[in-house]
Design a protein. Structure first.
Length: 137
């Protein structure tokens, strides 16, 4: 039971790292005047910037999950990746139901679920590579 809770905690921690860091960076970018205030729509290059830092934070989430998993870190990170994919797909569907052009470019809404699996996997791969090299305990 303890191992199951630790595994669930690792997955939740990876999700929180991804979501909290992305949300915090959005707030920083808006406070700095880089992102416009609602209801203004951001320009495509600003969406590209948001996509890039979200990808980096998703890698960090995968890394966190792999590091904290009590056993089978790749299994835990795949669960996180699937959660990210499902949440990203829900956002994509919501975007199209609301009317995507009102929220931003279609490529951005599509990029979120696509980044989820690849970036989480990359984070786990980094964590496991460093562990195998002996550079972390």
């Amino acid at each position: 039971m303890r191992s199951w809770l630790a595994g669930a905690g690792a997955i939740v921690a990876g999700f929180v790292v991804t979501a909290a860091a992305s949300t915090a960076m959005d707030a920083v970018m808006q406070a700095a005047g880089i992102f416009p205030s609602a209801p203004q729509l951001m320009a495509a290059p600003i969406f590209a910037l948001a996509s890039a830092y979200r990808a980096a934070f998703t890698v960090a989430g995968g890394y966190t999950t792999a590091r904290l998993a009590p056993n089978r870190p790749m299994r835990h990170t795949w669960i996180l990746a699937w959660i990210g994919l499902v949440v990203g797909m829900a956002g994509l569907i919501a975007c199209y139901m609301i009317g995507g052009e009102k929220l931003g470019p279609a490529w951005y809404a599509i990029s979120i679920p696509l980044e989820a699996v690849h970036c989480v996997w990359l984070g786990a791969w980094l964590a496991l590579s460093l562990r195998r090299r002996g550079t972390m305990t």
